[in-house]
Ligand binder design. Structure first.
Ligand code: HAM
Length: 436
């Protein structure tokens, strides 16, 4: 949004529009970005231990991809997509990435890379877009870290992926969390459940909200997505899918639960978890945190054995999850992922020394040291203040005599300890070679 603000320029009043971020989007400023990098780094490191490799797909996709996969009757497709025409095509800013991964899998025939028992594992990190009502924990542009396994129908794929998530949440210090799991059945048992649910809903329709009445007609399972408290209470008495699973789905679910037990991962089976996307079959799950308030899901996921085939590919089963990055970062303990400070602040004493320190800074940076120094010769007090502000570990004092002798005064800013160091020993003392 842009609005007019008045500003005096050389005595005259000039009106210039001032812009703000679009509602439901936000800036991640450098201090906070360090915490994001920390989470992303931990995710990459943990996921790669389990054989996941990164995939990057476009932010825009054909609109039809989401209507076919996420489903016409879902809230996402009905009212939350940023869709627009580009030329003759209708495109959409991706509201999620599972459909994109499945599309890429089909488009590049990645089924050729899998064999029975040896699936393809991919992960992604990036922005998603949903036109939702912004509130705490809910934005219109948000970010997900997600992972998908394609080509594994075995219950171990579900349980091992959840175990990986558990290790990841441990690694970044998220303590308040609850795993809830359910099965939404498959093409064999869901029609029976749907029928039972419709029979139960019919005499109660007038007590449900308008959205639920529509859901009951179009896609009855979606009534469980309802956010209206009175409806949610009434729905507590509805038939539950767990009682109506077919043999195959029941066995799969029980095996997932047994494996989670064997891993020692605590969970609660909750038949109300149906997830807001239509592609799920069998296992669905969420991890909730009371610390998040109303938007309590840190992450959600499940199995989607029909999706790749629905998008024109071969019959390849899938399982995955996506974590809300903003929600995750907000839950992380404050001491995690603090912004990295500078290794050394070059404090120059006078103009000639400042000029000489430009070349010194260049040599140190080339050796991998994080160096800060002023853009022009500044008083020593101002430089030391700045060194504190950028949390430099050391101050390196450069005066004309230091340049002549090749020995510099080095002060550890945490301990106050001072020493005299030759340039050839500086890199080792300053801990160079970052990022290599
Ligand atoms: P989802 O439950 O729609 O699932 O989103 C996953 C997570 O993204 C949520 O648990 C939440 O943390 C975060 N999230 C969703 N919407 C918003 C929002 N408006 N603002 C902030 N955070 C949000 C999916 O997207 C599926 N693709 C997950 C999946 C992957 N299933 C299988 N594979």
């Amino acid at each position: 949004m842009c609005y007019k603000g008045a500003r005096a320029v050389r005595g005259a009043l000039v009106v210039k529009p001032r812009c703000q971020a679009v509602r439901g989007t936000r800036d991640v400023l450098p201090d906070e970005a360090a915490r994001w990098q920390y989470v992303e780094g931990a995710a990459r490191s943990v996921f790669e231990r389990y054989g996941f490799r990164e995939i990057r797909t476009p932010l825009i996709e054909p609109t039809e991809l989401f209507t076919r996969s996420v489903g016409e009757a879902t809230d996402i497709v009905r009212k939350e997509m940023y869709s627009f025409s580009a030329g003759s095509e209708s495109v959409t800013l991706r509201p999620e990435a599972t459909a994109s991964v499945a599309r890429a899998f089909v488009e590049h025939s990645l089924h050729r890379t899998i064999a029975a028992g040896f699936p393809e594992r991919v992960y992604y990190i990036g922005p998603m877009f949903r036109y939702e009502r912004p509130q705490k924990g809910r934005q219109r542009q948000f970010h997900q870290i997600g992972a998908e396994i394609l080509g594994a129908k075995e219950p171990l794929a579900d349980a091992e992926t959840i175990e990986m998530l558990w290790s990841f949440l441990d690694a970044i210090g998220i303590e308040d969390r609850e795993l809830v799991v359910n099965s939404v059945g498959d093409a064999r048992c869901r029609p029976g459940f749907r029928e039972a649910l419709v029979r139960w809903l019919e005499p109660r329709l007038d007590r449900l909200c308008e959205d639920c009445r529509r859901r009951a007609r179009e896609n009855p399972l979606r009534v469980f997505d309802c956010k209206v408290e009175a409806d949610r209470e009434l729905l507590l008495g509805a038939p539950t899918i767990l009682d109506l699973l077919c043999g195959g789905c029941r066995e799969h679910f029980e095996e997932v639960c047994r494996t989670l037990d064997a891993y020692g991962i605590p969970y609660r089976a909750d038949s109300r978890i149906v997830r807001g996307l239509d592609y799920y079959e069998r296992t669905v799950f969420e991890v909730l945190s009371r610390d998040l308030g109303a938007q309590s899901a840190i992450l959600g996921g499940g199995r989607y054995d029909g999706l790749v085939e629905d998008l024109g590919g071969p019959a390849v089963p899938g399982f995955g999850f996506a974590i809300g990055l903003e929600r995750l970062v907000s839950l992380m303990p404050g001491d995690r992922g603090l912004p990295a400070g500078t290794d050394v602040f070059v404090v120059s004493l006078g103009e000639p020394a400042w000029r000489a320190s430009i070349a010194l800074a260049r040599r140190l940076r080339a050796a991998g040291v994080r160096v800060a120094m002023p853009m022009s010769s500044r008083p020593m007090g101002a430089q030391l203040k700045r060194a504190d502000r950028v949390r430099a570990r050391f101050a390196l004092f450069v005066g004309e005599s230091e340049i002549a002798s090749g020995r510099y005064g080095l002060k550890d800013l945490a301990t106050g300890e001072q020493s005299s160091v030759q340039e050839k020993d500086l890199v080792a003392r300053l801990g160079g070679r970052h990022g290599e």
